[in-house]
Write a protein that binds this ligand. Structure first.
Ligand SMILES: [Zn+2]
Length: 146
């Protein structure tokens, strides 16, 4: 395994591992490269770029796996479930009305939350470091991940 290191420059305070975890998570949540803060994390809705277009950080080597959907469901559930209970207690609407309102609300909330949460996860993982297989340099040949 080789370890990718960001290019040290006059701006060294803003590159991992010296940038704070909140800085790199915030950059990822705003679809900005956690290393340089300028390139994009995603091409498309959730596909992570192989390399940052600005600093060449191998963002595609970071595998967020199931953490972003887990966090998304956790947050959406905790934000929307109390209103579900409150509406049920206050008005007791029929079940079809609950389904007509809350299923789309949960769907929209998850769609809106998943991308920034995945970006934040990628930022956090970048803060932890990039470990790359020695004979497989990062590059556009890697297309097997979502
Ligand atoms: Zn970058």
């Amino acid at each position: 395994m080789t370890r990718w290191e960001p290019t040290r420059s006059a701006d060294a305070d803003s590159t991992p591992p010296t940038a704070s975890a909140w800085t790199v998570i915030g950059r990822g949540m705003r679809n900005r490269c956690p290393v340089c803060g300028e390139g994009k994390v995603f091409r498309g809705y959730l596909r992570v770029v192989d390399n940052c277009e600005v600093c060449q950080a191998p963002l595609g080597s970071l595998r967020a796996d199931d953490l972003p959907p887990y966090i998304t469901i956790f947050v959406a559930g905790h934000v929307l479930f109390p209103p579900v209970l409150w509406v049920e207690k206050a008005w007791m609407p029929p079940m079809w009305l609950h389904m007509a309102v809350w299923l789309p609300a949960f769907t929209i909330a998850c769609i809106l939350l998943l991308r920034p949460i995945k970006g934040g996860t990628v930022g956090w993982m970048a803060r932890l470091g990039f470990d790359l297989p020695a004979e497989a340099p990062p590059g556009p040949q890697r297309t097997d991940h979502a």
